[in-house]
Every structure is written in C-alpha cells, then in structure tokens.
Design a protein around this ligand. Structure first.
Ligand SMILES: Cc1cc2nc3c(=O)[nH]c(=O)nc-3n(C[C@H](O)[C@H](O)[C@H](O)COP(=O)(O)OP(=O)(O)OC[C@H]3O[C@@H](n4cnc5c(N)ncnc54)[C@H](O)[C@@H]3O)c2cc1C
Length: 461
C-alpha cells in the first residue's frame, strides 16, 4: 500500500486520490480507453456535503474542475488534466417510493443500479440501453432509451434535482424552485452545477417484456430498412426500436459461425404485455430471411444489460452522431453503402427510433432540442487497445466519411453523442440558436465564470 494522500479537503469525508496513490490509475480510467488524463486530485465523495466541500476547495485553489458521473462520455469530459475530478462514483444509492412511483437516485449511479432497484417493484423510467452508463451525464443531456416513445426522455421524467452550484451552494431545482435552472438541467448537460441527486417518475414495466434483436444479412440492408421505415411509422408508442449495422456480436444465442458476420439488426423492446409485444413485433420477425431471431419474453433488467459486454470499459472508441431529417430512400442508400466499410469488426452504427412521447412534449418544456427528429444515428468506431494507432485512425476516418455522406440529411445532433474532436460549433448545432441563447442566460446566472466547462460547454451569455 502506498501512503495515504497528504492533500486534505476541508469538510470532505470521502476518499482523495492523488498521483502516487495505488488506485490512481484505476481511478482516472474512464470507459473510453483512448482517454488518458492525469488529474492532480480525484475527490471521491460520499454525499452532497462532500461535493460542496470539493467545489469550494477547487474554487479557493483556482483548480480546474471536472465532474465524473458514470465515466461513459466518449469525449472523456469526466476527467481533466492537472485539476480536480469531483468523482461521484461512490454515490450510487437508489431509494424507491413504490406508492408514489418515484425514485431518488444519487448523482453517480449507473442505469443498472436504477433498473435493479426499480424493477424489484415492477417499475422503471427511461434510461440508457447499456447498464454500465451513468445516470448523471445521460440524464443531463436528455436521455434516450427503450421506453422513451411511451414515457418520454429521461429528462421528461425528472421531478427534481439537488444541485451544488459553482459557489458551493446546495440548491433544489424543480418546477417550483429555480425553474430556470430546472429547465436548463433537462438537456443542458453538466454546465450548471454538480447534480448530487435526481428524483424521477417511475412507470409499471415488465418485469418480463417482449424484447430482443432480429438480424438479417448485410446484403439485405436496403430491403430491411425500407420495410422498417413503414413498420416504425406504424409502431405503437410502447415499441422502442434501435437499428444496429455492423457485424453480429457474440451474444448468447448467436452460433459460432454467425459471430462477426456483417448484418443489420432491428432490436425492439415492448413496454406493455408480452402478448401485445408479440403481436407488435411479429411483422418484423416475419420479414425476409433473418439470420437469427433473438426476440422473446425477457426480463427487462436482462434486456437492459444484454449488450453490455459488446461495449466494455477500456476499448478504444470514437463517435460521430447526427439527428436525421428522415429515412428517405437516399438516406437508406447512404447508410447501406457506408455502414459496412469499417475494417474493425467491432465498429458499428446505431439508429434510435424517437417520436412518440418524445415528439409530443412541448418544445420549450426542456432544453432537449431534438424532438422533431424521428431517428438519429451514432457511428461508433471501436478498436482494441492493443491495436496499432493506424487502425484507430482508419476507423475514425470511416466514421467521419459516413457522417459527411449524411450531411444533406442532418438535422442537429444529440449532445451526448458528441466526441472530443467535435468543435464547439457542434454544441450550438446540438441546441439550435434559440435554446443555446436561453441556456447561455441560465449559465450566466448560475456559473458566470464558466467554472463547469469540462463538458459540452455553453458559454455564459
Ligand atoms: C456504451 C454507451 C451506451 C450509451 N447509451 C446511451 C443511451 O442508450 N441513451 C443515451 O441517451 N445516451 C447513451 N450514451 C451516451 C451517454 O448519455 C453519455 O456518454 C453520457 O455522457 C454518459 O454519462 P456518464 O455520467 O456516464 O458520463 P461521464 O463521463 O461521467 O460524464 C459526462 C459529463 O456529464 C456531466 N455529469 C455527469 N454526471 C454529472 C452529475 N451528477 N452532475 C453534473 N454533471 C454531471 C459532466 O459534465 C461530465 O463531463 C451511451 C454511452 C455509452 C458509452
């Protein structure tokens, strides 16, 4: 064991990890293995008071601040170089009120924590589709997932948040308390303070749902997407769909000879009875000649973690994302042409089906701006840490070329899909001018000095 860190943060009862600590490298690792930053201190707090103490300490010492929730942001904004990381990873407690159907969630929780506790009561809220993703960053950017078409985005289910401001003050943001801050937190990312806890609305879901992917050969992509376009347009709100184009990952139920074969998948999850889900997904399963059909009655918690192992911590990732104006024939052709040109068998593109409750919410109710898009796409270049840098460069070039080809069909971008080389103009693209201006006004009120800038930054305006 190395000696305990000498740095003391007044009023802080958590763990302080500094260079030389035997867990320093582990503590500064994030999901994306390409991110390699060396903070001066990692302040792993155990509650709101610790977060406030860490913010005050950092301000007093004029230290750069980064905030870590689940550590999943592809751009690695959870870390900073030579500053302090306010690390919420020890703050993962969840308390469910099954009668009021709400969950109180600490700011460092992962979606797997939330699903585990809420599903014990047959309840859930919209969360990410990989269980090791953080609630903090995902929620503050909007939050898309299987349940959104029925129950709205994660931010549409946020009832209140406890926020530690740039001054180290503790505020409650809700429709009645600091409503401007509450609006901005629901899409504006980590720009306004550290959220030490969230309270979400819950809904009856499962515990068994009809869910899973159907895979077809890559050569069938155009036909599948043209069929899917009609299928999705007629889909009930209960049906969440995500298309995946790449190779077939080594999931349970996929035979050895199908693994890593180029394929398109449409994965679904029906937020209703298994019987209704069976009916809603049937036409999809009967289309063409699937290579493998993994749809079936599944525990919702299992579905929520079913692709966890295909995106593990420490691999190398590079993303490009955009909202799409629609699934026109031209878009389908571009997607079919580019999706399988990656050289790494782990790279893929995914399209989320939005619409439903996402589209029905009033445009100014939250700071999430992408409600008019029916689909978005994330182009995810993935390679292994031991692979040559040239492999990464080739994969990243594939992602950029794919995005460029979609240029005439782009309509904004989901802020949580931006990578580190997306220039600041893409943050403005994500919000659009009006929402950006309004967010900049809230930023000026709560963080005029832009203390929280290691994020998809909104400048105080
Ligand atoms: C494998 C994978 C799957 C994903 N799936 C989905 C999905 O299904 N749906 C979806 O919407 N997105 C998804 N995403 C994107 C995800 O929303 C973003 O990566 C998000 O930033 C992750 O949040 P985090 O807390 O884990 O990240 P972190 O890297 O810890 O944080 C990112 C930023 O968020 C801010 N932040 C985090 N927590 C707090 C907090 N408590 N208070 C204040 N600021 C905070 C900070 O500014 C920080 O820099 C996925 C990402 C990955 C890697």
């Amino acid at each position: 064991m190395t000696a305990p860190p000498t740095t003391q943060i007044p009023g802080f009862r958590g763990t302080v990890i500094a260079p030389g600590h035997d867990r320093y490298d582990e503590a500064r690792a994030v999901w994306n293995g390409t991110v390699d930053r060396r903070p001066r201190l990692i302040a792993r707090g155990s509650g709101t008071a610790d977060v406030a103490a860490a913010v005050r300490f950092a301000r007093h010492r004029d230290l750069e601040i980064a905030v870590r929730g689940g550590g999943h942001n592809v751009a690695g904004t959870a870390l900073c170089e030579d500053g302090i990381v306010i690390d919420l990873s020890a703050m993962r407690a969840i308390t469910v009120d099954p009668v009021g159907r709400t969950a109180h969630v600490q700011g460092g929780a992962l979606w797997g924590d939330v699903d585990h506790e809420t599903q014990a009561h047959g309840l859930a809220t919209t969360g990410g589709i990989v269980s090791h993703t953080g609630v903090g960053g995902l929620s503050l950017g909007g939050g898309i997932g299987w349940l959104m078409r029925k129950y709205g985005l994660t931010v549409d289910n946020l009832l209140e948040a406890e926020v530690v401001t740039a001054e180290g003050e503790i505020l409650r943001a809700s429709p009645g308390d600091h409503p401007d801050l509450f609006w901005a937190l629901r899409g504006g990312g980590g720009n306004f303070g550290v959220v030490s806890s969230f309270r979400f609305t819950l809904h009856p879901v499962g515990p068994t749902v009809m869910a899973g992917p159907v895979f077809w050969a890559a050569e069938d992509t155009t036909d599948v997407l043209r069929f899917y376009r009609e299928f999705a347009a007629a889909a009930p709100d209960e049906l969440g769909n995500v298309i995946r184009l790449g190779t077939i990952p080594p999931l349970a139920g996929v035979s050895e000879e199908l693994r890593f074969r180029p394929a398109i998948a449409v994965a679904s999850c029906y937020a209703g009875s298994v019987e209704d889900g069976e009916r809603a997904i049937r036409a999809l399963r009967e289309f063409g000649t699937p290579l493998v059909d993994l749809v079936g009655p599944t525990r919702y918690v299992d579905h929520q973690s079913s692709i966890d192992d295909t995106l593990p911590h420490g691999w190398h990732y590079y993303w490009k994302g955009t909202d799409l104006t629609g699934l026109s024939d031209e878009v389908i052709d571009i997607v079919a042409e580019h999706a399988y040109h990656a050289t790494s068998p782990r790279s893929y593109a995914a399209m989320f089906h939005l619409g439903g409750a996402v589209a029905r919410a009033p445009r100014d109710s939250t700071a999430y701006p992408g409600r008019d898009a029916d689909h978005n796409i994330i182009i995810d270049a993935v390679w292994l840490p031991e692979q040559d840098d040239r492999v990464g460069a080739a994969e990243a070039a594939w992602a950029r070329e794919f995005l460029d080809a979609l240029q005439p069909h782009r309509a904004g971008v989901y802020v949580n899909f931006l990578d580190s080389d997306d220039d600041p103009s893409r943050v403005r693209e994500a919000y659009g001018d009006d929402t950006y201006r309004r967010l900049a006004g809230v930023k000026a009120k709560y963080d005029a000095e832009n203390v929280f800038h290691n994020n998809k930054n909104i400048r105080p305006g």
